[in-house]
Design a protein. Structure first.
Length: 280
């Protein structure tokens, strides 16, 4: 069921990336160059754009932002009209340089998209991007589980000692991690579909290989969830009934020893006689 869902997701992403496949035209590169030489040429172009276009644009934008921020900090609570006009001009300059930075980043990304199909499915570059997606998804799960555990621990009124707080925090963190992990798998499955599609050149054989790579990567990420669900099913199947009976028996004993004597002691005319000691 999940495999079909992931496969359909990848096919949708690949279909939506048709424009990307059409934009990638190897005729723009010299025909006499080999694949490795084409990759080297595009990488050099990408490095040149970063060093000569992107980095200078980012430096100019940082200086413009610092000028605007400094003027804003020194403007006071109630600036006059001249100060407001000066801040407005500095802000417009900063925004214009920001658009230059965004345009330079777009150019770098376009060249990067051109070189991705040359890397191909199964390349180190694709594996590196997939690792980044896994780290990002796990970071999301850890942040949500940590926030939930901290919030529950701070407002836990049932803890009687510091040890109870630590145990409760660990339990809440693990349960929160298990709760949010399926969402991380879904997030990785969606982002990974677009990434794998970008590294495919659009050929039918390459798409089959991309589909296989996609399913394997999603399955590997889903393994902890599969093991956890399998372990819960095994425990429930083998020890579930015994655990329920034991829990019910403990609850009955606790109720009998805790509530029954107090209820009888408050009845009118009831006298509680302590048990007599046996003579040795």
């Amino acid at each position: 069921m999940h495999s079909w869902f992931y496969a359909v997701t990848l096919l949708i992403a690949t279909t939506l990336c048709e424009e990307h496949f059409d934009e990638f035209d190897e005729s723009n590169l010299p025909l006499q160059l080999s694949k490795e030489e084409q990759i080297q040429l595009l990488e050099e172009e990408m490095a040149d754009l970063r060093e000569n276009v992107l980095l200078p644009a980012q430096g100019d934008h940082d200086l413009a932002f610092q000028r605007w921020n400094g003027a804003y900090q020194n403007s006071g609570w109630f600036p006059d009209q001249a100060t407001k006009d000066h801040l407005h001009r500095l802000k417009e300059e900063e925004q214009a340089l920001l658009q230059v930075v965004l345009e330079a980043e777009k150019q770098v990304q376009l060249v990067h998209k051109k070189v991705k199909p040359l890397y191909g499915i199964g390349s180190v570059q694709l594996y590196s991007e997939q690792k980044q997606h896994v780290s990002s998804s796990l970071g999301f799960v850890q942040d949500m589980a940590w926030s939930s555990a901290v919030f529950d621990t701070l407002f836990n009124s049932r803890a009687e000692s510091f040890t109870d707080l630590i145990i409760g925090f660990v339990v809440q963190y693990v349960s929160g991690f298990l709760f949010w992990y399926p969402f991380a798998v879904i997030r990785f499955a969606w982002v990974n579909a677009w990434t794998v599609a970008e590294y495919s050149d659009g050929a039918f054989g390459t798409r089959l290989y991309a589909l296989f790579n996609y399913l394997v990567s999603v399955f590997v990420v889903s393994l902890p969830l599969v093991f956890c669900c399998g372990g819960c099913v095994w425990v429930a199947k083998n020890n579930g009934a015994e655990f329920v009976r034991r829990h019910q028996r403990q609850q009955r004993m606790h109720h009998h020893h805790t509530h029954y004597p107090q209820q009888r002691l408050h009845q009118p005319g009831y006298y509680y006689a302590p048990p007599k000691r046996r003579a040795d």
